[in-house]
Design a protein around this ligand. Structure first.
Ligand SMILES: NC(=O)c1ccc[n+]([C@@H]2O[C@H](COP(=O)([O-])OP(=O)(O)OC[C@H]3O[C@@H](n4cnc5c(N)ncnc54)[C@H](O)[C@@H]3O)[C@@H](O)[C@H]2O)c1
Length: 311
């Protein structure tokens, strides 16, 4: 029997790739989005399909729908977007998750929360296992997002304890791929856009801070396995391959224009120095680990940005 899925944030970067997978599996999909950072173009191929519905809605308002699975992704994910209106970001995380959990409870649906590695803040433990409780600044410019996701996780577990709601919590680490927005300020999109424009690549700090980069198809596979397993989580989903920002810049300019310069700028406030997932739990429980190496995943990502800039 086919399931009916609700994907909040379904017109966004990760959400639209998830919609593609669920549609390809033959299920019914309701995509809900307020188009803050999402785009209709990302799900345009499904508009008019008998198993697909599109709803313009803001998750800070309640909604009544009959669904079996709720993939709760709605929330701006890049600092430029979540800092644009930080109070709204906090509301989206708290009220949005509260409303979706209320819906899940009412209709007996299972809800997966797209949480984030940002719940670890600027970690004193490296790499970060799920048991690490994090080091988050409660009053900084990233707090609306980091603390928003922390309270969203808390709500999930309280709904589970109080009402027996079935929840799954994924802690997602940096993910990249086609459909990222060129202006989202994330390091992969910044470097690619700069390189395609023939501009110098900007390193914040000396470029020795590290990140891990997961290709979007790998992430979506992990989310699907988590939704379908019998573990609540939280479970880290990310690529444990750790790269310095300088290495990333060199890899990207190598694929686009090796002659470009790298320039340094001051490090922004609260920018974590290290970020790398421990994915032992995902390996053990989900049988999951990323398959696509960074150099390979960059190719379709660069092709996407080339099309974006040409348009
Ligand atoms: N991409 C990553 O590297 C990453 C890392 C960690 C966590 N995540 C989480 O995964 C989810 C998806 O991230 P993404 O990278 O696809 O970001 P995105 O900005 O592309 O997608 C977010 C989507 O949510 C929608 N949205 C935002 N606020 C909304 C609201 N109030 N009501 C309805 N829709 C709303 C946006 O329009 C957009 O379509 C987010 O919850 C994010 O926190 C992403």
């Amino acid at each position: 029997m086919s399931l009916r899925h609700l994907v909040t944030g379904g017109a966004g970067f990760v959400g639209s790739h998830l919609v593609d997978r669920l549609m390809a599996a033959g299920d019914e999909v309701i995509c809900l989005d307020n188009y803050f950072t999402g785009r209709k173009a990302n799900i345009a191929r499904w508009i008019g399909h008998p198993r697909f519905e599109l709803i313009r809605h803001d998750v800070t308002e309640p909604i009544r729908l009959e669904v079996d699975r709720i993939w709760h992704l709605a929330c701006p994910a890049s600092p430029v977007h979540y800092q644009f209106n930080p109070i709204k970001t906090a509301k989206t995380s708290f009220l949005g998750t509260y409303n979706m959990l209320g819906l899940a409870r009412r209709v007996g649906a299972r809800l997966l929360l797209a949480s984030t590695s940002e719940v670890y803040g600027d970690p004193e433990v490296h790499p970060q296992p799920e048991s690490y409780r994090g080091c988050v600044n409660t009053i900084g410019i990233r707090s609306c997002y980091d603390e928003g996701k922390r309270i969203a996780e808390t709500l999930c577990f309280d709904y589970r304890r109080m009402h027996g709601t079935e929840v799954r919590v994924a802690r997602i680490f940096n993910t990249y791929g086609p459909r990222m927005l060129p202006n989202d300020g994330r390091v992969v999109s910044n470097f690619i856009v700069q390189a395609l424009r023939g501009e110098p690549l900007t390193l914040y700090g000396d470029g020795s801070q590290t990140r891990s980069f997961c290709y979007v198809d790998d992430l979506v596979e992990g989310l699907i396995r988590l939704m379908n397993c019998d573990q609540t989580g939280p479970i880290n989903l990310g690529n444990p391959g750790e790269f310095t920002i300088r290495e990333l810049a060199e890899l990207i300019r190598g694929q686009i224009n090796p002659g470009l310069e790298l320039v340094q700028r001051p490090l922004p406030q609260d920018d974590p120095l290290q970020r790398q997932p421990v994915i032992d739990l995902a390996r053990a429980v989900l049988g999951w680990e990323p398959q696509i190496p960074l150099a390979q995943g960059l190719q379709p990502t660069i092709a996407h940005f080339r099309d974006e800039l040409a348009a």
